[in-house]
Ligand binder design. Structure first.
Ligand code: FES
Length: 63
């Protein structure tokens, strides 16, 4: 199964349901969805207004 995830956030969204924070992936690259696994830094140099696609290895191409 293949999936194209389109999200524009470049970091996780924090929710605080209890004593410890839970970080929800907003970039779409985490391999532990719905939780952030720290993969989001690779999105930091994306240019606003451009569309990118990442493969399973995390390699990016502009589409
Ligand atoms: S926000 Fe997606 S991996 Fe952190």
């Amino acid at each position: 199964m293949a999936r194209r995830v389109i999200k524009s956030a470049k970091g996780p969204y924090e929710i605080k349901p209890s004593k410890e924070s839970v970080w929800i992936c907003m970039c779409g690259l985490s391999k532990k969805q719905p939780f952030c696994d720290g993969s989001h830094p690779s999105t930091l140099d994306e240019v606003d207004g451009k569309l990118y696609e990442y493969n399973k290895e995390g390699q990016r191409k502009e589409v």
